[in-house]
Design a protein around this ligand. Structure first.
Ligand code: SUG
Length: 447
């Protein structure tokens, strides 16, 4: 089995990052609606995380933001005339639609796609399926650029297959890697892919949340497993606990994360915990590995604390010495129960022996923690050479991107600023320059 490394592709926060309250079911997005954002700080916070993890020797890369506002979407919805006319009319008549066209939500790259490494797929290639994100208007247009970006980075068809998003209809609601975890003895070994869904379209008797939407369907997860040519014996589909969706767990990565053979999860994460563990044990056995469940009890960390602190939206990273580090947001330290739990976790001699903490407040205020900000792509040595090299995080790329942010980003955006035609011009200029920095001419279809 060739050895492989896990690259974390973090989303570079775009220049229009703002708080528009667009995500019903995501508590942070709703609580911070219409407050002023700081796009410059948001992008620098994200870059600081990428830089620090790259400096530690973790394989780190960057995924570029999308062109915003999406004029094509606005024109399709009937706002016509010059670009300035389009913005003015949309702001006047439908400010929420304008906010959707402007959202910097592609920063949460865990939702960009589902990725299956070559070790698991029938044709020995790494597979990517862009997520249709069809539950929310501001995210439902992301897949067009996500597919284009993934094809620009992973265009070598001898090694990679990049699939179009699933049909954009409720039956195939797909939120990408946020509801998908891979478990394996090591990144290069055959592994188990765990798909967690919130609802079953064609079985109305299956559990489903009552208050907030379930964004991922079983049918979507099954289609991805087929497209990626996964082995049925090493693929597990698990129902998320609908009660926690109704408490603000809008993606499974808000309540569970896996890495290596470790599944770090809250006792209330799944509709049937015992069944999920049994299925995972059997699948891991088929992969020649042994599951190591790391369960957090409600009495130690109630679901509400998991949601506000984003304890499970952490990154579990394998270190060269075999132990794991947990990458957490500052908010975990501000929650007494979570902070106490974490002290115990790293002190108890288990798989996690280090906490790496970041200030990601700008993203967190929209419900995006460390794990939302990254897409995991395990690559063999040959595959990592075959991908586009200009997105790999280095000290030099960090310096260029930080300077680019300083030059092009505003440090304050309020809802009314989305009507300013100058903002659209600034965003376009920034991305033109970014194509050059990343060595990706034609990345954006700006025609
Ligand atoms: O889809 N927030 C995102 C957060 C995505 C988090 N991703 C993962 N858990 N993997 C969402 O709800 C808020 C945008 C706004 O309200 O302006 C937003 O889209």
């Amino acid at each position: 089995m060739p050895s492989a490394r896990e690259y974390n592709f973090d989303g570079l926060v775009g220049p229009s990052h703002n708080y528009a309250g667009l995500s019903f079911g995501n508590v942070a997005s709703f609580s911070n609606v219409k407050s002023a954002s700081n796009p410059k700080q948001a992008a620098l916070q994200g870059l600081a995380k990428m830089r620090a993890l790259a400096a530690r020797g973790f394989a780190q890369a960057v995924l570029p933001p999308h062109a915003r506002p999406d004029f094509r979407m606005l024109r399709r919805l009937g706002f016509g005339g010059t670009d300035a006319d389009v913005l003015a009319r949309a702001y006047r008549e439908a400010p929420v639609i304008l906010a959707c066209a402007y959202s910097a939500s592609p920063m949460w790259t865990a939702n960009a796609a589902t990725v299956s490494p070559s070790a698991d797929s029938g044709d020995g290639r790494a597979h990517f399926t862009a997520a249709n994100l069809n539950n929310k208007l501001h995210r439902a247009h992301e897949h067009v650029q996500s597919t284009r970006t993934l094809r620009a980075l992973f265009g070598d068809e001898r090694h990679f297959a990049v699939h179009d998003a699933l049909p954009s209809t409720p039956a195939f609601g797909d939120e990408g890697a946020a509801n998908h975890t891979r478990l394996a003895a090591s990144h290069g070994d055959k592994g188990v892919q765990l798909f967690v869904y919130g609802r079953v379209e064609f079985d109305p008797s299956a559990p489903a949340p009552k208050r907030y939407p379930a964004r991922q369907t079983l049918e979507a997860s099954q289609a991805i497993a087929r497209l990626h040519e996964l082995d049925a014996g090493r693929t597990v589909f698990a129902s998320q606990n609908p009660d926690v969706i109704d408490q603000g767990v809008f993606h499974n990565d808000v309540i569970a994360v896996g890495n290596g053979n470790v599944l770090f999860y809250h006792e209330q994460a799944f509709a049937d915990e015992t069944q999920v563990l049994n299925q995972l044990r059997a699948a891991m056995d088929a992969a020649g590995a042994q599951l190591a469940p790391l369960r957090v009890d409600t009495r130690d960390v109630p679901v509400a604390d998991a949601v506000t602190s984003y304890l499970f939206n952490s990154q579990l990273l394998s270190k060269p010495d075999g132990a794991m580090a947990l990458v957490i947001p500052h908010e975990c330290r501000e929650n007494a129960a979570v902070s106490r739990y974490l002290e115990r976790l790293v002190g108890e001699g288990g798989p996690v022996d280090e906490l790496i903490e970041f200030d990601l407040r700008q993203s967190m205020r929209n419900g995006g923690g460390p794990a939302c900000l990254r897409l995991r792509v395990a690559l063999t040595e040959a595959e990592s050479r075959a991908m586009h090299q200009g997105v790999i995080m280095t000290e030099a790329l960090y310096a260029q991107l930080a300077e680019w942010v300083e030059t092009h980003y505003r440090d304050r955006l309020e809802p009314k600023d989305l009507a300013d035609p100058q903002l659209a011009i600034e965003c376009a200029q920034a991305l033109e320059e970014l194509e050059r920095i990343l060595g990706l001419p034609g990345l954006y279809d700006l025609s």
